[in-house]
Design a protein around this ligand. Structure first.
Ligand code: C2O
Ligand code: CU
Length: 467
């Protein structure tokens, strides 16, 4: 089947006003604050606020969004590995909020989960996040309060932690892949929290954006090698990227180094996940990136092309340096815990306010009104201990399961040993059973949840404890 371009995707979404697509510019201004900046730290101010951004063509009205510093995505935060990040977060939304640093190994009190690790930041209030970034890699940030709506209105941003000896490339680029659900007037469709999305595949948008823009042609002056950091920041849309006219190398997943391999199959990125690629931009024919995840609505996401050929020998890129992590270790005494995912449309266990269950419990909020109540932990581990988790997705839906404050590796069932990259988010297909080996260092009670945010808010959450 011929992939559609993003223009036809928009038409399917029923958005006539946006059907003539012109590239729109993206802004990028970081607000550094002298006070907290030094040779070993970086400071930023992030304001969550309602704003209007031109997403469609100039002839269409701007789209009312919620965004960090009025930018979609929010400012790209960059910091050196081992340095301290300070973020003064100010909430100018009409409701409470917070920031979670997805994939960064932070102390529990900095994890940004209202009711669990901090008090929600009320409208008009501030919160000062400060933590060291121990690992180099591609991470991102987003609120952890009413997440389906807050991310679905635009509150997302990239966090890049630079290695002191980075791989050699001509350009280091980040693409936040996201989508919005836009109506005919070019505005966000207001049906957040509807049961139909929650009980099925989640709130899949109808406009796919790269760095908040519908721009899809990327031209480089000469042939060159780029590092492309991909972040899937959609509420529910899974990407299955196919590269035509070039062979990118995969160098990292979820921020952590992988063996360097060329990408042979569609690169699947579920909400929350990241992949770092090395791409040699060709001058002859464009490198085309298509998204084939939903086979019946494949579309062309982007084209990358150089204007001038240059002759350079391009070698296989070097493997990234390891991060200072103690990876999970399986031994004969490793404890095992089973985690069952149940629910969804037509499931007998689903009800209107608890559509999903994790380990037999439906957790729909982090805490009650008084602030502190949360679910009993699904499991407890000691710092540094590895636990084996047998995940069983007994539903007919996809679930990208994300663990805060921990890293894991998939267990190869044939050899009973860990394999592949260190990850923080695992995509489980319908009916799928996967075992992972997980470990954590920081003390505290940490979230486990599906990163399809409409599943999260209707029961697919839980916690585990490191003590
Ligand atoms: Cu991207 Cu609970 O997080
Ligand atoms: Cu899910």
């Amino acid at each position: 089947m011929q992939p559609m371009n993003r223009r036809s995707l928009l038409k399917i979404g029923g958005s006539a006003a946006l059907s003539t697509l012109l590239p729109v510019h993206k802004t990028q201004a970081d607000q550094t604050m002298e006070k907290f900046s030094s040779s070993s730290s970086r400071a930023y101010a992030l304001k969550a606020q309602p704003t209007k951004i031109q997403i469609g063509p100039e002839s269409a009205p701007p789209t009312a969004l919620w965004a960090f510093n009025s930018q979609l995505p929010g400012p790209a935060l960059r910091i050196k590995k081992g340095n301290a990040l300070h973020v003064i977060f100010e909430n100018h939304l009409p409701e409470p909020s917070s920031i979670h640093w997805h994939g960064v190994r932070v102390p529990n009190a900095m994890d940004g989960v209202p009711g669990l690790t901090q008090k929600a930041v009320s409208p008009g209030e501030q919160f000062h996040y400060k933590f060291r970034c121990p690992d180099a890699g591609t991470f991102w940030y987003h609120p952890h309060y009413n997440s389906s709506e807050q991310l679905g209105r635009g509150l997302i941003g990239a966090l890049v932690v630079e290695d002191d000896q980075p791989v050699e490339v001509d350009q280091d680029l980040t693409w936040i892949l996201s989508d919005l659900r836009i109506n005919r007037e070019g505005q966000i469709t207001n049906n957040f929290g509807n049961l139909r999305d929650a009980a099925h595949a989640g709130r899949i948008g109808n406009v796919v954006l790269i760095n908040g823009s519908i721009k899809s042609e990327f031209t480089f002056p000469t042939e060159q090698r780029i590092r492309l950091r991909l972040i899937a920041a959609s509420n529910a849309r899974v990407f299955g990227l196919r590269f035509l006219g070039g062979k990118p190398w995969l160098i990292a997943l979820d921020g952590h180094p992988t063996p360097v391999t060329t990408i042979q199959e569609d690169l699947v990125l579920a909400p929350g996940q990241r992949a770092d690629l090395i791409i040699d931009i060709p001058a002859t024919d464009a490198l085309r990136v298509e998204d084939h995840f939903y086979a019946r609505s494949a579309y062309e996401l982007a084209r990358l092309k150089a204007e001038q050929p240059v002759v350079i020998a391009r070698e296989v890129p070097a493997t990234l340096r390891r991060n200072p992590i103690n990876p999970p270790v399986l031994t004969s005494s490793t404890r095992t815990v089973n985690m069952l995912i149940e629910g969804g449309a037509h499931s007998p266990v689903a009800s209107a306010n608890a559509v999903w269950r994790l380990s037999g419990q439906s957790m729909t909020v982090h805490a009650d009104q008084q602030g502190a109540r949360h679910q009993a932990p699904s499991f407890r581990i000691r710092p540094g201990e590895t636990i084996r988790i047998n995940l069983h997705n007994q539903t007919s839906w996809l679930h990208p399961m994300h663990f805060h404050g921990a890293i894991f590796q998939v267990i190869n069932s044939q050899t009973d040993s860990v394999m592949g990259a260190l990850r923080d988010t695992l995509l489980l297909g319908p009916g799928e059973k996967t075992s992972i080996a997980l470990c954590a260092d920081e003390l505290g009670i940490w979230m486990i949840h599906c990163h399809i945010l409409e599943h999260q808010s209707t029961g697919l959450m839980g916690v585990f404890e490191v003590s």
